[in-house]
Design a binder for this molecule. Structure first.
Ligand code: ADP
Ligand code: MG
Length: 231
C-alpha cells in the first residue's frame, strides 16, 4: 500500500517558485488500477515520480507499507525502485538493437533476477501482453501499441509490487490505448500488481478502478471508477 501524506513539491525556476503539488494526500489501494487524471501541468508526472521514489517531495511523506520512503538514503531508494517498483513511460525507450525478448530479459538482469529463469519469465510476460508471435522482433519492427506492450512486459517482469505508467497511451490511438490499459488492468488480477497510471483521455480514465483528479497541483476529486470497490 502506498500513501502520500500532504505532499508538496515546488521547483525553483528562473521566473520564481513553481508549486507543482500542493498538499496532496492520496491512498493507493493494493491490486487496483488507479488513474491520475488532469490537464497538462496539473501535477500528474510530479506525483508519479514522487510515489515511485524517483523524486522527493519538498514537504510531506510517502508511506510504502507504513514506512516513510522520503527518509531513506539514495541507495535504499535505488533498491526500493529496482526491486519493488516498475515503470512504463510515455516514450517507450526500448533498446533498438535488442529484440522484444532481449529487452525484457535485460530488464530482469538489471533487477537481479536469476540467470536461469530470465528467459522463461520474459517469454511468459510477453505472452501475457499478447506478443507470443513477436518476441524476436526488434522495436523498429513493431507497431506503437506493440512497443508499448513490450514496455509493459519489461515493467512488470521482475514482479514489482507497484507498476507506474506515466501517460502510457499518449502516443497511441484511443482503441490501441484502451487495449493497453486493458492489459494493465488484467495485471492487477493475474500478477497481483498495483498499477498507478496517468492519462488525460476520458475513455481511458473510465477503465480505472479508481480515478484521482488533479487540478493545479491539488486533488480535485478521488472516486471509484467503473469497477468500484474503493471508498
Ligand atoms: P502533468 O504531468 O500533469 O502535465 P507536471 O507534474 O509535469 O504536470 O507539472 C506540474 C507543474 O510543475 C507544471 O506547472 C510544470 O510546469 C511544473 N514543473 C514540472 N517540472 C518542473 C521543473 N523541473 N522545474 C520547474 N517547474 C516544473
Ligand atoms: Mg506529465
Amino acid at each position: 500500500m502506498i500513501t502520500a501524506v500532504e505532499v508538496t513539491r515546488s521547483y525553483r525556476a528562473a521566473a520564481g517558485v513553481v508549486t507543482a503539488l500542493d498538499g496532496v494526500s492520496v491512498e493507493i489501494e493494493p491490486r487496483t488500477l488507479t488513474v491520475l487524471h488532469g490537464p497538462s501541468g496539473s501535477g500528474k508526472t510530479t506525483l508519479i515520480n514522487i510515489l515511485g521514489a524517483l523524486d522527493r517531495p519538498t514537504s510531506g511523506a510517502v508511506l510504502v507499507d507504513g514506512a516513510d520512503i522520503t527518509a531513506l538514503s539514495e541507495a535504499e531508494r535505488d533498491d526500493l525502485r529496482r526491486l519493488r517498483m516498475g515503470f512504463v513511460f510515455q516514450s517507450v525507450a526500448l533498446i533498438a538493437a535488442m529484440s522484444a525478448l532481449e529487452n525484457v530479459e535485460f530488464a530482469l538482469r538489471i533487477a537481479g533476477a536469476d540467470r536461469g529463469g530470465r528467459e522463461r519469465r520474459a517469454r511468459e510476460c510477453l505472452a501475457m501482453v499478447g506478443l507470443r508471435s513477436r518476441m524476436n522482433h526488434r522495436p523498429g519492427e513493431l507497431s506503437g501499441g506493440e512497443q508499448q506492450r513490450v514496455a509493459i512486459a519489461r515493467g512488470f517482469a521482475h514482479r514489482p509490487q507497484v507498476l507506474f505508467a506515466d501517460e502510457p497511451t499518449a502516443e497511441l490511438d484511443t482503441h490501441t490505448g484502451m487495449q493497453v490499459v486493458g492489459i494493465l488492468r488484467e495485471l492487477t488480477g493475474e500478477q497481483e500488481v498495483t498499477v498507478v497510471m496517468s492519462s488525460h483521455d476520458p475513455a481511458i480514465v473510465d477503465l480505472a478502478d479508481r480515478r484521482v483528479s488533479l487540478r493545479d497541483g491539488r486533488i480535485a476529486a478521488a472516486e471509484p471508477g467503473v469497477r468500484g470497490g474503493s471508498p
